[in-house]
Design a binder for this molecule. Structure first.
Ligand SMILES: *Cc1c(COP(=O)(O)O)cnc(C)c1O
Length: 454
C-alpha cells in the first residue's frame, strides 16, 4: 500500500482546466466600479497583461500551459499525493484519507502555481516590474520567487503589522530580489493619505491593494498581480486537482469528499474544480465538495451572495460573490491568509448553486487538528491549511460512526514553518475563538455598494 503516490515529470498536466466551459449557467459578469456596466478587456489592460485578461473570460475548456512555465513548475511539480495511513490508524476510521501536499514548492505553499504563469505572461508582454500586496507574506514571497526566475522586478506592499510581526517572509522576498515595503507607505497617494490621518496605523490588506494598484496604474512598465480570487488564478491552481485525479486513479480511487480551506478561494478551486466538473457533467454526481473557512470571517456561511468590491477603498471592479462587505475587518486570527471579506466568484456561484458547500471552524479546533496531523503524518502545516485538515478529520470521524469507507481528499496547501508563533500561542492557551461578530457583519452588509445605473 502506497504512502506517496508520485507522478513522473512527464506526466505533469500540460493544460489547465477551465470550469467556465462547464457551468450550466454563465457567471454574472464583473462590473465597472464607475459605470456599473459589464467589464470589457480594455478596462483591465492598464494593470494586467492581455493574456491573463483573456484567460479571465475564456470559454475554452482546456488552456495550454506554456512550456517555459512547465519548465519552472517542474522544479517541484508534480507534487506528491499522500495516503494518510498513520492519521487513519490514529482516528480508527475506515475512511481513506489522501492529501495533496503543496508545501514542497520553494516558497512553501500552492501560491507559486499561479505566481509563475503570471510572471511569465507579464514578461512576454514586455512588462519590467510587478507590484502586489501581501498580508502575512505568503503571496509576496511566491511572487518574488516567480518574478526572479523570469528576470522581472517585484515590489511588494506588505501590511505593516505583519511586516514587523513576520520578519522571515520579508527576508525570503529579499533573497529572491524583491523590494518589500511596509504599507501604508509614502510611495503612493493612497498610502500617504492614510498615514497623514493615522501615522501609527497597522495597515490592512485593503490599503495595501490600493497602493499596489496605484503603483501599477501610474507606471507604464509596471503591472499589478493578484494571488487569489480571480478566475485566471483559480485556473492556474487546477494543476493540483488534475494531478490528484491522476494520482488517485493510479490506486483505483475517486474521492467521495474533496476539501480545501478558503481565503480568496484559489487552493480550494484548484483541488476541487476537476472533480466539480465531473459532478456538473454527471459522471460523478455524488461528490461532496467542501470549502472550509474560519468562524471569525464567515463569508460563505454568514455572508451574502451579491456584488461587492474586492478592496476596502472600492477601486476594484464589482464582483458577484459571497461577501461580508468590503469594509468588514475580521478579527486578527493566526490564519492570516483566510482573513478576506470576499471569495472567488466561481467558488461562490458553485456554493450558491449547491454544487459545493461550506463549513466554518474556530481557531482552537483547527490547531487541535494541526497538532494531530503533525503527530501522525509529521508535517507541521500552515494555520490556513489546518482548517482543511480539521474538516478532513471530522469527515473521517463521521465515517467511523457510520462504518463507511469513504475516500477523502484534501488540499494540504502549505507548511507552517514561518507560523511557529501561532503554534506557540496555541500551547500558551492564548488562542481566542471569536464568535462571528454578527453585529459587525450586519453593519458592513448594510454598506454594500449600490450598483451605478440601477
Ligand atoms: C494564501 C494561503 C491560503 C488561502 O488562499 P486561497 O487563495 O484561498 O487558497 C491557504 N493556504 C495557504 C498555505 C496560503 O498561503
Amino acid at each position: 500500500m502506497h504512502t506517496k503516490i508520485l507522478l513522473d515529470e512527464d506526466q505533469m498536466p500540460k493544460a489547465w482546466y477551465n470550469i467556465l466551459a462547464d457551468l450550466p449557467t454563465p457567471l454574472d459578469p464583473p462590473l465597472h466600479p464607475g459605470t456599473g456596466k459589464p467589464l470589457v478587456p480594455e478596462d483591465l489592460s492598464h494593470i494586467f497583461p492581455m493574456e491573463l485578461i483573456l484567460q479571465e473570460m475564456s470559454p475554452k475548456r482546456m488552456i495550454d500551459i506554456p512550456s517555459e512555465v512547465q519548465d519552472i513548475l517542474r522544479l517541484w511539480r508534480p507534487s506528491p499525493l499522500y495516503r494518510a495511513h498513520r492519521l487513519e490508524k490514529h482516528l480508527k476510521t475506515p475512511a481513506h484519507i489522501y492529501y495533496k501536499y503543496e508545501g514542497v514548492s520553494p516558497p512553501g505553499s500552492h501560491k507559486p502555481n499561479t505566481a509563475v504563469p503570471q510572471a511569465y505572461y507579464n514578461m512576454k508582454a514586455g512588462i519590467e516590474r510587478i507590484a502586489t500586496e501581501t498580508g502575512a507574506g505568503q503571496w509576496g514571497s511566491a511572487l518574488a520567487f516567480a518574478t526572479q526566475l523570469f528576470g522581472l522586478e517585484c515590489t511588494v506592499y506588505m501590511v505593516r503589522s505583519s511586516y514587523s510581526q513576520k520578519p522571515y517572509r520579508k527576508s525570503m522576498m529579499q533573497v529572491w530580489g524583491a523590494e518589500c515595503i511596509p504599507s501604508p507607505s509614502t510611495r503612493t497617494k493612497a498610502g500617504s493619505s492614510v498615514l497623514q490621518k493615522d501615522p501609527e496605523t497597522p495597515g490592512s490588506l485593503g490599503i495595501a491593494i490600493s497602493e499596489a494598484v496605484e503603483d501599477a496604474a501610474t507606471h507604464s512598465n509596471t503591472n499589478y498581480s493578484l494571488g487569489s480570487v480571480l478566475n485566471h488564478v483559480c485556473l492556474h491552481q487546477t494543476i493540483t486537482g488534475l494531478e490528484s485525479k491522476e494520482q488517485l486513479a493510479m490506486v483505483d480511487e475517486y474521492p467521495d469528499v474533496v476539501i480545501g480551506c478558503l481565503g480568496g478561494g484559489s487552493n480550494f478551486a484548484g483541488i476541487s474544480f476537476p472533480f466539480a466538473g465531473d459532478k456538473l457533467k454527471g459522471t460523478h454526481r455524488e461528490t461532496d465538495i467542501i470549502a472550509v473557512e474560519p468562524a471569525s470571517c464567515p463569508k460563505l456561511t454568514k455572508g451574502l451572495y451579491t456584488y461587492d468590491y474586492g478592496d476596502v477603498a472600492g477601486l476594484t471592479p464589482l464582483l458577484k460573490m459571497f461577501t461580508l462587505g468590503h469594509d468588514f475587518v475580521p478579527p486578527s486570527i493566526h490564519a492570516g491568509g483566510l482573513r478576506y471579506h470576499g471569495a472567488s466568484p466561481i467558488d461562490s456561484k458553485l456554493i450558491h448553486d449547491g454544487v459545493m458547500r461550506a463549513v466554518s471552524y474556530h481557531q482552537s479546533e483547527v490547531f487541535d487538528a494541526a497538532q494531530t496531523f503533525a503527530r501522525t503524518e509529521g508535517i507541521i502545516i500552515a494555520p490556513e491549511t489546518s482548517h482543511a485538515a480539521r474538516a478532513a478529520i471530522d469527515e473521517a470521524l463521521r465515517c467511523k460512526k457510520s462504518g463507511e469507507a469513504k475516500t477523502i481528499l484534501f488540499n494540504c496547501s502549505g507548511h507552517g514553518h514561518f507560523d511557529m508563533s501561532a503554534y506557540d500561542a496555541y500551547y500558551a492557551h492564548q488562542l481566542v475563538d471569536y464568535e462571528y461578530p454578527e453585529k459587525l457583519i450586519r453593519e458592513s452588509l448594510a454598506r454594500l455598494p449600490k450598483i451605478p445605473g440601477t
